[in-house]
Design a protein. Structure first.
Length: 644
């Protein structure tokens, strides 16, 4: 008898590009209940199928695209999907969640995920229309910018089709090339675009006809969805997020002294207001766009022209991360210039975070005389030079001149140059920092250090929300400890702290955001972000969709399972506790800004890292124990990683 699934389709598509063959896998109900989706689905296959010591850009690497039990459900927050592979930037896990419409469309075509393996002999793209899966010639697409390819493929297949693709940067194997969904949503980190390019795969076009997802309790789900949509309109935090998106944070973070400036030397930027969300909204006619089924509509869409800088709505608009790392961290105080750089990165398929951070590394090294015109091909690198930034972005994507060096990322470039330049590469495990200064947020510093994907600001909600007692008196508030009371976190902890209390707070928060990576759920629609859907409502949503009668305990264990499996994956591929190291810059006093003179206590910090290992059930070397793997119901991982 055919198994009926709720929330899932029961099928995963496997595409062998070497053999030019597609097969269908049906993992079964237990797989779906244990792993739930997203990161966990991907890691289940990656751990089992990727041998150690392989080339991330070689044929043996595999690229996963996975959804979850909620993807495609009619409620705000579910419109994300996961991409994962062995990272060419770090040599460890690349794991990225992307919003938009593509993930839901994959579900509507009848698939819960795709496994891409092998390498095509010629340039190809994949077309998926329900059960009709085709490998088609992409020769005419190769070399084109993402906007042109989007237009070609939607005209060829359908205006209602959704396109996941790389740009020229991915084709040229830039180590931090990204994957874009419909031009405005991104798998940005870890070089997943280079993995896709290494397989001669330009795009995956999806169009589905099964528009309704089976859910156990559609009426219950609709009640929560309706409540959220109505509450959003009167909620001060979420309303501001709708109006400005993440760009709203630029100026306040600078005032607080935690906006990366001049390659993380300073924490406040004199031009912050000029590149902030309010300025962008006013100068560039900002408006909101949305992801599938979401009432928040926080995505930015902008347009405008000033001199050489012409910005169109085709590529949306820059988020907080892009504004800071292509703006303040390069000393640029012109929102038109920042938006133009963001647009070129999107058109060429570059991660804006690693692009900005790699450029700031080069500028500081040039300023200090560690890079010379001989290294740069005669190009002078200096702060606040937007024209030169645009030129360098083109060179990186095409691996031309100095761009070929910068295409390796800041760590890779520094190791080629030598001369002590690695000291100025703001990265962990080879992945550059996001737009968050950790000297004022030590929990963020811990997340940067222990993240399996390299420096990542989305390991846990950030410290300042939890340094005051929870406010139980109002529904309309920003994030605070009241949101975490269901997991027993009730005591405030200072932002600049790495005590046992802070590590415990971080661990629980990592379970929560790890769960979001498993469910492919947007952090901007549920706590601990902006007092939106509560943790208990998230449980109710899963039950309405699947009928599992799940609990907060089971869901948090799913989040923990993902974090621990990610750690095990990295151990398999040669990572140790020595890779959980921050750059020395963050143990030194900040040069300028509101937090001038602040630094992280190095000895206490690494004591905190060891305590984190202990709380996670890992060894002092950061290796998950056999007992922990068994407790998380993934004892099979012991076959692949040496555990005690």
């Amino acid at each position: 008898m055919e198994q009926k699934y709720y929330g899932f389709r029961g099928r995963i598509l496997r595409v062998d590009l070497t053999a030019m063959k597609v097969t269908v896998e049906e993992p079964g109900p237990r797989f779906y209940r244990v792993y739930m989706g997203g990161r966990n689905f991907a890691l289940h296959y990656l751990i089992k199928e990727l041998p150690p010591k392989i080339d991330p850009l070689g044929e043996e690497n595999k690229l996963m695209f996975m959804t979850s039990c909620t993807t495609g459900a009619p409620i705000s927050g579910q419109a994300r999907h996961t991409a994962a592979a062995l990272s060419p930037l770090t040599g460890g896990l690349a794991d990225s969640q992307c919003g938009g419409f593509w993930g839901a469309e994959l579900k509507f075509a009848g698939w819960d995920g795709i496994i891409i393996e092998g390498k095509a002999a010629s340039k190809v793209y994949i077309s998926i229309e329900d059960d009709r899966v085709q490998l088609l010639d992409a020769g005419e697409l190769w070399g084109n910018e993402t906007g042109d390819v989007q237009e070609i493929l939607t005209k060829r297949h359908s205006s209602k089709a959704h396109v996941l693709q790389i740009g020229p940067a991915g084709e040229n194997l830039v180590k931090f090339a990204c994957i874009t969904s419909d031009l405005k949503n991104f798998h940005g980190r870890g070089g997943l675009g280079a993995v896709m390019g290494s397989k001669n795969l330009r795009a995956i076009v999806v169009k589905g006809s099964q528009r309704k997802l089976n859910t156990v309790d559609p009426e219950g789900l609709n009640r929560i969805a309706t409540w959220f949509a109505r509450s959003r309109k009167g909620h001060p935090a979420i309303s501001l997020h709708h109006e400005l998106g993440t760009s709203k944070g630029v100026f306040p973070v600078s005032v607080a002294g935690m906006l990366p400036t001049y390659n993380f030397q300073d924490g406040s930027f004199k031009g912050a207001e000029a590149i902030g969300g309010e300025t962008m909204n006013r100068e560039l006619k900002g408006r909101g766009e949305t992801c599938f089924g979401c009432a928040v509509a926080c995505k930015r869409s902008i347009e405008g022209e000033k001199g050489r800088f012409k910005i169109t709505r085709q590529y949306g608009g820059p988020e907080y991360e892009s504004i800071g790392l292509l703006g303040s961290n390069l000393g640029i105080d012109d929102i038109y210039a920042v938006a133009a750089s963001n647009q070129r990165c999107n058109a060429l398929g570059l991660d804006t975070i690693s692009t900005g951070c790699t450029l700031s590394w080069a500028m500081e090294c040039f300023e200090k005389g560690l890079l010379t015109k001989e290294d740069t091909g005669g190009i002078e690198l200096k702060w606040n030079d937007p024209e030169k930034v645009l030129e360098l972005i083109e060179m990186i994507a095409k691996r031309q001149g100095i761009g070929n060096l910068l295409a390796e990322g800041s760590r890779g470039a520094a190791r080629r140059v030598g001369r002590d330049t690695e000291k100025y590469a703001v990265q962990v495990k080879g992945q550059e920092f996001a737009n968050h200064e950790p000297r004022g947020k030590w929990g963020v510093a811990l997340g940067y250090a222990v993240s399996p994907t390299g420096a990542d600001h989305l390991q846990a909600a950030h410290d300042p929300w939890f340094n005051k007692p929870g406010d139980y008196s109002t529904e309309c508030n920003w994030v605070d400890l009241e949101d975490l009371s269901p997991v027993g976190l009730i005591d405030p902890v200072p932002s600049e702290d790495i005590s046992a209390a802070k590590v415990r707070l971080f661990v629980y928060l990592q379970y929560i955001w790890g769960l979001h990576d498993v469910l492919d759920w947007c952090i901007f629609t549920s706590v601990p972000e902006f007092r939106a859907m509560s943790l208990n409502q998230l449980v109710d949503i899963i039950n309405c969709v699947t009928g599992w009668r799940t609990s907060l305990f089971e869901l948090l264990k799913a989040g923990e399972r993902g974090v621990t499996m990610a750690r095990a994956f990295n151990c398999i591929h040669g990572f140790t506790a020595e890779d959980d190291r921050l750059p020395e810059r963050f143990f030194e006093p900040m040069r300028e800004g509101t937090l001038k003179g602040h630094y992280i206590d190095k000895e206490k910090f690494y004591e905190g890292v060891k305590l984190y290992y202990g709380m996670m059930g890992w060894s002092d070397d950061g290796i998950p124990s056999a007992a922990k793997l068994e407790e998380l119901n993934v004892g099979w991982v012991r076959e692949f990683v040496k555990v005690s």
